[in-house]
Design a protein. Sequence first.
Lengths: 300, 278
Amino acid sequence: MNTFSLFSRLLLLALLPVFLTACQQVPPSEDIASARDVSAVDKVYEVRGRLVEIRQEGQSARIAHEAIPGYMAAMTMPFAVQQPSELEGLTSGDAIAFRLEVAGTSSWITGVTRLSEAEAARLVVNDEPSHSEPSDASLYGLEATWTNQKDQVIHLGSLRGRPVVLSMVFTHCSYACPLIVRDMKRLGAHLSASQQDQIQYVLISLDPERDTPEVLQRFAKGHALDEQQWTLLRGDAEQVRLLAALLGIRYREQADGQFAHTSLITLLNTEGEIAYQQKGLGSDNATATQTLEDMLALAP
Amino acid sequence: MKKITHIGMLGWSLAVCAAVTVAAMVQAPSPHQQAYPEAPEGMVYVAGRQYQPLYTDPSDTTAQDVAPFFLDRYPVTNAAFLAFVQENPAWQRSQVKPIFADEGYLKHWRGDFDFGPDSLADRPVVNVSWFAARAYAQWKGRRLPTTAEWEVAAAASQTQPGDANDAEDRQRLLAWYSRPAAKTLPPVGSTTCNYWGVCGLHGLVWEWVEDFNAALVTGESRNNGDLDLALFCGSSVVGASDFEDYTAFLRFGFRSGLEARYTVRTLGFRSAADAPRL
């Protein structure tokens, strides 16, 4: 055999691995694990309730559920569904039992089963009229749950039915936030006692790490915030960012732990829709007060 | 005769070899990537580094420690976003809630499930709000990058991980930022990629970040909650930490004018994810 020919054949042979490598597919990498980390579940509850509506093709279900002892009062709210297929065959009005799994501030339901007629008859839920779905503009459609100053789990939907005066603050803020609280109190100052009783004041912490329920409770006491009317909430960083984005509040944590933030008081109507927003500190509150009065006049 | 044939064969095989090797090099991850944790599909690894936020209290010189992360190689495309909308019909143009997106949402699309001619498939999707971008990222099991992460990735030139954008680089970037936006955005694959393999960070579209609403100018007092909406004028504003990177100012200014439901013809996004430290 001609040596040249042999050489070229050997060359081709030697180059074969190069050809093969070039054509090889990069092995697909694992996608990032879903946010529902089942290994992080720290609480599991057996719950019963009435299915109100299935949404997002089974990924979310609105349920009027019974009280969950030690965790949440009876209410109607949306839940994330672990396996949408579990809702197959169920319709609005069905009485169901399910397992609520909680991992930190995330939660979802699983193990959904239909209740018997006898069990359904024994359900104790907050009955809501059928047109109770939060409107498109309502903040009460958010699934996230929050913890209040009494360390109870709250869904924003529980504020429904009363006008809300709301702001986002942090408790160790020594300048703006006490002034915001003062401005919030001022909004109801001219109203009658019975009107004032109807208003819900809500403070949501921009600093959930430091503003634990105990810290929130101390702040409430320090500012003489009646626990019947004032709800102080903390949630995880993501939902705080989301709520701020919905309200138009800008904020940033600085290196020393203080927060630069917009001073903004928001009025929500009984349906959780933004009715009016008052910017700044010590601002003229004529429009805000008028809006509040109008909402109280409309409230049942 | 025989010799010529063999030379021809040799020449041919060498040519093929060269072509294939070049192809292999282009497709293989950059040499830096091979030393890092394997990234999820379509993403690359960006090493952690320090980031100096643009506006801080004058006495605050602490740089932020940014942990390593994964970042999408390219901005999200029309085709990718369509797949998301098809599986999440609440995000259809005709169904989206006004609190989550303004009237310009996906206005460049032909219909709820139609982004137009196939040629638009690999263009960056724009006219999406922060809520929509976030929902897409969450659907993929990912998230939006933070400002710090985005800026860390953007600090890399083609050959250096960061702090190496010399005067020439900055001039080039500035030139892009000062040009009016192209009527039709180019395909994401046509953009230049940096040291990490992240492509099109400059010169394509503005991009949403998770904490876009952290862009606000602080007052003098640390506890001053008043938002000072005074227009910034580049490096002459008190508190600016880096006077030379003007494009960073432009991005800061752009972000501070955004609201979460806004959609803009030149604003898209890409997703990020946590990465293990080495």
